[in-house]
Design a protein around this ligand. Sequence first.
Ligand SMILES: Cc1cc2nc3c(=O)[nH]c(=O)nc-3n(C[C@H](O)[C@H](O)[C@H](O)COP(=O)(O)OP(=O)(O)OC[C@H]3O[C@@H](n4cnc5c(N)ncnc54)[C@H](O)[C@@H]3O)c2cc1C
Ligand code: SF4
Length: 282
Amino acid sequence: MELLRPSSADEATAALGNGSVALAGGTELVPLLRDGLVTADKLVHIGAAVPRGIDGTTIGAGTTLAELEADPQIPQALREACSLAASPQLRSMGTVGGNLLQATRCWYWRLGFDCWLHGGERCLAKAGAHREHAIFGNELCASAHPSDVGAALLALGASVRTTQRELPVGDLYRLPTADDRSTTTLAPDELILELDVPVPEASTYLKAMDRRKWAFPIVGVAAVRGNGGIRIALAGVAPIPWTLDGTAALDDATPLPGTAYKVEIARALVRRAVEGIADAAR
Ligand SMILES: Cc1cc2nc3c(=O)[nH]c(=O)nc-3n(C[C@H](O)[C@H](O)[C@H](O)COP(=O)(O)OP(=O)(O)OC[C@H]3O[C@@H](n4cnc5c(N)ncnc54)[C@H](O)[C@@H]3O)c2cc1C
Ligand code: SF4
């Protein structure tokens, strides 16, 4: 396998596609390569091709979660989402761009079973073990998106600048369909360059985990106050980061037998998060 180190986004883009894959911190990609879930002839290290750092409301895609959680310019929901993600070692390597593009943690998928998302006939989790799985958007694939950061950015109304376009962060994602089973809308040769994160009046991120630290979200709730309203987004509840149109929308959840408990956790966390930002600033 060849490792390329392009010095600009244009060079990196030209090198991507056709069996080449972008490598940032490698905390997600390297295990996927090791386990044969991603194959690549060339790795394109984007450290020098993608901006890194924070400038007002602009965040370079190469900024690490550790840098985000420590910066007072960053809205509280995003800082909290970063600080509750993974471990300190992973946060010091893992970038925000890579976090948004992480694959599902569904064990059927990670262990290479021939499930629907891998191109098979059916979702094995629905009939099997699915305690960590989805309560929304789970008709074809019941995986739960693991990105705390994605939910925080969604609630904050962040937008993304790529090498091809500008789009709301929610438009980076799509529910997989029978004719296209991918969960993102990014082209193979498209790079996330920067994020723009508007400053809210107040925001918070709460997370239920199996352990108190260093675990993926069972349910993550981001709540943001601004522009006369409150926006809520959830992690760990659907194959993609999920916008919740108010607490009542939890009544429309479609849990599996083993995920019904997540609806109640989400209800409690949403209530707590909304109460928490009622008077708080940022
Ligand atoms: C044990 C463990 C626990 C974790 N726990 C949590 C958790 O609780 N919550 C949470 O939110 N996350 C968690 N994570 C995920 C972690 O935050 C991500 O692995 C990390 O942020 C990925 O960033 P990276 O730079 O290492 O990405 P890489 O591994 O380098 O890349 C990941 C993917 O993104 C693509 N990519 C990276 N950057 C770009 C870009 N700028 N443009 C286009 N494509 C790009 C790569 O091609 C690859 O497909 C955990 C990870 C591990 C391994
Ligand atoms: S939840 Fe998705 S990834 Fe997991 S077994 Fe079902 S189809 Fe596969």
